[in-house]
Write a protein that binds this ligand. Structure first.
Ligand code: UD1
Ligand code: UDP
Length: 363
């Protein structure tokens, strides 16, 4: 029996870990693995954390480290201290981390320093922009991981360029596994209640609308960029639904950035509500990594409010447009939204978690 400590802390990690936790604890695998789930506390609002545990049937964390988000050094350092204490007590066979947040790096670093093998889900992604805190987290985590689970062939090639070949597995994308499972759960949910949870009535989604999300530090922490994005959304005259990350809401307020009446701001959506909106929208405008991919899974054209992306295949296939943050460029991209004819399957077969567990057993 292998004991796994899983480290999560931020919204996208709850989605990814839910898939793996379900499988680990299923009758097929629970005689070979046991799991201790640690929540660092990086995300703490109910709309950023609690709702995901409830909707995704994620088991309650065995340990909550209560490290709320803050400056990078303080946050990562506090996590490192507390994760080390937890690992000393738990003595796992391996530590499982997801994605590229400060919780990912803290988990991987604490484990590697203690000689505990690390498995990294979503390895090999690169934006080649070291100005992003996530790029630093990815580079460091990949360099100290023993299993590198790559969602795409591009991710495998990125690692090859850095001479990282050992322990690399092309598994497909665990967020694709998640979509397949939770789309079914969505069918059994009450859409009226989901929309109501963020203050929308059913009529909102009956007319065409774009779904937008904005939270990337480079966009929110630069008032000029955030203001330019909001200006572009306003000038587009499209109905836009914007479930807003708390950091973006704070910045809009702090800098008194105007929101035009065609842009409907709500609390962050729960995952099922988000899937419902992604299903019903015309297209997606986002700076999120996960949401870019979900747009692709749902076959919705996407505009990315960044100059580069880690999910390059979505751009190369014509489904995603990198529009940056200049209003004119964003407006042109909105006018030119269209669905390409081709839809290649870049993200695996929906069985990525199973492939990862097999690899963890084999080596
Ligand atoms: C983090 C990740 C980012 C990921 C995102 C997912 C890092 C460096 N960044 O960014 O890669 O895409 O999560 O959503 O790890 N806040 C609240 N309530 C919460 C959480 C955050 O109010 O529950 C506010 C706080 O003011 C906080 C700010 O949001 O300081 C930023 O939170 P933080 O976790 O540092 O970064 P994210 O932007 O969420
Ligand atoms: N998400 C959500 N509600 C929201 C915004 C995003 O449930 O209001 C989900 C989204 O569907 C995806 C994940 O959160 O599964 C992506 O996380 P986020 O955009 O916060 O981070 P990133 O993927 O950029 O790291």
């Amino acid at each position: 029996m292998k004991k796994i400590v899983t480290i999560v802390g931020a919204r996208p990690q709850f989605v990814k870990a839910a898939v793996m936790s379900r499988l680990l604890r299923s009758a097929e695998w629970n005689d070979r693995f046991s799991e201790v789930l640690i929540h660092t506390g990086q995300h703490y609002d109910d709309s950023m954390s609690g709702v995901f545990f409830r909707e995704l049937d994620l088991p309650n964390p065995d340990l909550h480290l209560q490290v709320e988000s803050g400056g990078h050094g303080r946050m990562t350092g506090s996590m490192l201290l507390r994760i080390e204490e937890a690992l000393e007590e738990q003595k796992p066979d391996l530590v499982l981390v997801y994605g590229d947040t400060n919780s990912t790096l803290a988990g991987a670093l604490a484990a590697a320093k203690m000689g505990i093998p690390v498995a990294h889900v979503e390895a090999g992604l690169r934006s080649y922009n070291k100005g992003m805190p996530e790029e630093i987290n990815r580079l460091l985590t990949d360099n100290i991981s023993d299993w590198l689970f790559c969602p795409t062939q591009t991710a495998v090639s990125n690692l090859e360029k850095e001479n990282i070949r050992k322990g690399v597995y092309l598994t497909g994308d665990i967020m694709f596994d998640a979509i397949l499972f939770y789309q079914e759960k969505l069918q059994q949910s009450n859409p009226h209640q989901l929309l109501q949870s963020i203050g929308l009535n059913d009529r909102f989604t009956e007319e065409p609308f774009l779904l937008a999300t904005i939270h990337r530090a480079s966009n929110t922490d630069d008032p000029a960029k955030l203001s330019a994005i909001m200006q572009a959304l306003g000038r587009s005259r499209q109905r836009i639904m914007l479930p807003l990350h708390p950091r973006t809401r704070k910045m809009l307020r702090q800098h008194q950035i105007q929101v035009q009446s065609n842009v409907r701001i709500t609390e962050p959506a729960g995952y099922l509500t988000m899937l419902l909106l992604e299903n019903r929208c015309q297209a997606i405008v986002t700076d999120s990594g996960g949401v870019q991919k979900e747009a692709y899974f749902m076959q919705k054209p996407c505009i990315t409010l960044r100059d580069e992306t880690e999910w390059t295949e979505t751009v190369e296939s014509g489904w995603n447009t990198l529009a940056g943050t200049e209003p004119e460029k964003i407006l042109t991209a909105i006018q030119q939204l269209h669905k390409p004819n081709r839809y290649p399957a870049f993200y695996g077969d929906g069985q990525s978690a199973e492939k990862m567990l097999k690899a963890l057993l084999d080596h």
